[in-house]
Design a binder for this molecule. Structure first.
Ligand code: UD1
Ligand code: UDP
Length: 366
């Protein structure tokens, strides 16, 4: 008898990281696979779904301009009630720490449907940072049945919270599965970036960086671009209006700063490969950069991904103007400091995470 497995995706990173699991489940004869898009992101999600040729069976089309967290959560829960009643899945898979993930875990708990949490066990141990993601992870970690953790550190985090060891599986992060496939393609960067110059790639979108911190980050990039006219800066801007308004007002129309719309995954990976170094507050990019041997300066004060920092391939620089300028300039000027951060090791996975997740589910249901 087949088992109905419902994979849920809401935002860009969830789709990138769930795609390898969806692809692996498609090959399993015992699985009746269903894909639910909450579409907490619309444009960013569709970009990824199109790229991986994933057609959702159900689409909640939940995104609204500048959506508030409470409204988003309430609307998700109401719609999920209908979906779970109609679909009656045997298991539901969620990925990461977004509001979609937390709402699905809670809705499934009320409907007594077991949840598998992909990328479980990440913690900063500071409930306000990242906001609201740390709370989303903690709540999902309490409610999930299967915990697919990327590293031994995330395994230990869950044990510390009292999760039963037999429900935790170290799989690696599925982002490396996706990355390795896409990075093998030889794609040119579409942007106006001068191919003969060094490239600094930038992304920023975290809620705790909205306002003054993001302004500081932009002022630092402005100063770095002005002091290093021979270096190119590429910043694909996240469509959250709290990001676009500040970034466009402070960084538009500078000769060596290229602001662009969010890049397709394949082009973003091309930009990662082409970059000299990366400045980001993104979770996924913190995982991808080390796998491609790219030094990364993290625009945050703490991270739930400490492995890259411990291995010396990532450094936390927060949103402090002086620290961002100083650390970036050091890597641009000092070859020894730069080489010390180039290792090409991936603490987050070997490209076989989805396979391991499917093995666990197959064994459970057989
Ligand atoms: C969300 C997640 C965050 C994740 C990030 C990945 C929550 C609370 N936040 O942040 O954990 O790191 O996605 O990118 O779950 N927008 C568009 N088009 C899009 C996507 C977003 O216009 O395709 C705009 C809309 O105005 C939307 C706003 O961005 O209301 C915010 O989207 P939301 O999903 O609430 O938060 P993000 O900041 O994108
Ligand atoms: N990404 C992309 N295009 C971009 C910027 C990022 O495809 O213009 C990819 C990136 O490679 C990574 C994921 O989006 O896999 C990270 O998403 P984001 O930074 O929005 O969210 P987070 O990982 O912080 O939750």
């Amino acid at each position: 008898m087949t088992k109905k497995i419902l994979c849920v995706v809401g935002t860009r990173p969830e789709a990138i990281k769930m795609a390898p699991v969806i692809q692996a489940l498609k090959n399993e004869p015992w699985v009746n696979l269903r894909v639910l898009a909450t579409a907490q992101h619309r444009h960013l999600l569709d970009q990824v779904l199109n790229f991986f040729s994933i057609e959702p069976d159900i689409d909640l089309n939940i995104m609204r301009p500048n959506q508030a967290l409470t409204t988003l959560t309430a609307r998700l829960l109401l719609d999920l009630d209908d979906v779970l009643l109609a679909e009656k899945p045997d298991a539901v898979l969620v990925q990461g720490d977004t509001t979609t993930v937390m709402a699905v875990a809670l809705a499934c708990f009320y409907h007594r449907i077991p949840v598998g949490h992909v990328e479980a066990g990440l913690r900063t141990w500071n409930i306000s940072n990242p906001f609201p993601e740390e709370a989303n992870r903690v709540i999902t970690g309490k409610l999930a049945h299967w915990h697919f953790v990327p590293t031994e550190g995330s395994h230990q985090n869950l044990l510390r919270e009292g999760v039963a060891d037999e429900n935790i599986f170290i799989t690696g992060n599925t982002v490396i599965d996706a990355l390795l496939v896409v990075a093998a393609q030889n794609i040119e960067l579409p942007a106006q970036v001068d191919p003969n110059k060094r490239l600094v790639l930038i992304t920023a979108h975290r809620r705790e960086n909205f306002g003054e911190p993001l302004r500081n980050i932009c002022h630092a990039i402005q100063a770095l671009a002005q002091n290093n006219p021979e270096v190119e800066f590429l910043f694909p801007v996240h469509p959250n209006p709290n990001v676009t308004n500040i970034v466009n007002s402070l960084l538009a129309n500078k000769p060596n700063i290229h602001l662009s719309a969010p890049l397709d995954y394949v082009h973003f990976v091309a930009a990662l490969k082409r970059s000299f170094l990366i400045l980001t507050d993104s979770g996924g990019v913190q995982e991808e950069a080390p796998a491609l041997g790219k030094p990364i300066l993290v625009l945050r004060n703490e991270t739930e991904r400490p492995e890259a920092v411990e291995q010396g391939v990532a450094k936390l620089v927060g949103s402090h103007y002086g620290q961002i300028v100083e650390e970036t300039q050091r890597l641009l000027d000092d070859t020894t400091a730069y080489q010390a951060m180039v290792k090409g090791t991936s603490p987050y996975g070997d490209g076989h995470a989805a396979e391991r997740i499917v093995n666990v589910l197959r064994e459970h249901f057989s």
